[in-house]
Design a protein around this ligand. Structure first.
Ligand code: NAD
Ligand code: TDX
Length: 349
């Protein structure tokens, strides 16, 4: 007899959520996920739970049907609030986090509070009310690879986080695993590579450079610029999370990546060229302490088990569309730009 393929096993156990909580749904990736679900699964109700920190913006989910998407402003560390809103939901998709490495180096404390304690409170609520849990994490938990290392990260790569941010995400992943093993929580984890696309905060690499150029300011490259990131369009991240939520095996971890490795200097030059500037019209600034050299994701498990494929495989086209989005949405990013740059200036970056 032929061995059964994983996808056949999984698809027979499809989970059909009807009423989900999306934490961090007013942030970059969470909001894109909310938009993805609203567009593709109009029968699913979404409660967005978001503290609306500097990184959260209700405009990110504006225009979606009010009958389908409800915003609750609140903190994932607020156990009493979770007691009130979790009952009646059948899944929690957990994006909420402090997400920026540079901020974690300047002040680690909110990263421990939100990413570790906040995840703990959500796990406790999910356990109490028997709610399916999907945890969004990052490839940074695996540390970094040498630039010439032929290997990529897989689900069995040992954890070796470098920054307070990635250490806090690693801790939260391990809490999820403990809740699966000890309490039989129906949970899955995904670790994704660097996202780009619309609604990304101007503190992050790609939007920072695009918006600086739009303001006539020279963009800034850390260190040697040789560091490599593995880019994925945020919509491909959303489709992968949906597949894992509905068809993933409980207790499993899936790496999400789109084979998009590129050095920072190459991305910088591409942005400058696409925006009609000379490719060397940027400034070198001091490096990030502990700067990870290279991330690279092997997403074979996700592709073979669940049949997932990225759609946005042309990075230059995706970048061009992202530049067009920031050009068309100045009112969205301008209010955050000055304060973000002031923070960077104070750090010499
Ligand atoms: P983001 O900073 O843009 O958004 C984070 C959101 O979480 C914001 O809306 C913020 O208001 C909310 N939030 C923060 N603290 C909260 C709290 N205590 N309670 C409730 N809400 C709170 O982040 P992002 O880039 O969209 O990242 C989302 C998730 O994806 C994070 O878990 C991050 O670790 C993970 N991730 C990000 C990337 C990336 O490239 N940005 C890659 C892989 C994984
Ligand atoms: O101005 C800059 N110049 C620069 O050279 C900035 C802001 C960044 N960089 C470099 C640092 C990184 O090598 O660009 C690369 C990308 O930087 P970030 O956008 O800060 O992303 P990174 O630190 O790689 O982390 C991102 O991907 C993994 C997300 O912010 C994390 O939330 C996610 O887990």
């Amino acid at each position: 007899m032929q061995p059964c393929r994983y996808s056949e096993i999984v698809s027979s156990e499809i989970f059909k959520p009807r009423n989900i909580i999306v934490t961090g749904g007013c942030g970059f990736i969470g909001a894109n996920f909310v938009r993805y679900v609203a567009r593709n699964h109009p029968d699913v109700h979404i409660t967005v739970l978001d503290k609306l920190t500097y990184a959260g913006n209700p405009q990110n989910i504006a225009g979606l049907p009010q009958s389908q998407v409800e915003l609750v402003q609140g903190d994932i560390c607020d156990a009493a609030l979770l007691e009130r809103i979790v009952p009646g939901h059948d899944a929690i998709v957990h994006f909420a986090a402090e997400s920026h490495n540079d901020n974690s180096i300047a002040n680690p404390e909110p990263f421990i509070t939100t990413n570790v304690e906040g995840t703990f409170h959500l796990l406790e609520a999910a356990r109490k009310y028997d709610v399916r849990f999907h945890h969004i994490s990052t490839d940074e938990v695996y540390g970094d690879l040498a630039l010439d290392d032929p290997r990529r990260f897989t689900e069995s790569t040992p954890y070796k986080p470098s920054s307070p941010y990635s250490a806090s995400k690693a801790a939260s992943d391990q809490l999820v695993r403990a809740w699966v093993r000890t309490y039989d929580l129906r949970a899955t984890i995904s670790n994704c590579s660097n996202n780009y696309g619309p609604y990304q905060h101007v503190e992050k690499f790609i939007p920072r450079q695009i918006t600086s150029i739009m303001e006539g300011v020279r963009p800034k490259l850390y260190g040697t610029g040789e560091n490599v990131r593995d880019w994925i369009h945020t919509e491909d991240h959303s489709s992968a999370v949906w597949e894992i939520l509905t068809r993933g095996r409980i207790g499993e971890t899936y790496l999400i990546g789109a084979d998009g490795e590129m050095s920072n200097i190459a991305v910088m030059r591409m942005i400058l060229r696409l925006m009609g500037c000379a490719e060397d019209a940027f400034d070198w600034v001091c490096d990030r302490p502990g700067h990870d050299r290279r991330y690279a994701i092997d997403s074979n498990k996700l592709r073979t088990e669940l049949g997932w494929r990225p759609v946005h495989t042309d990075f230059e086209a995706g970048l061009q569309a992202t530049i067009a989005w920031y050009a068309a949405n100045r009112a969205w990013w301008e209010p955050a730009k000055a304060a973000t740059e002031a923070r960077y200036r104070a750090q010499g970056q």
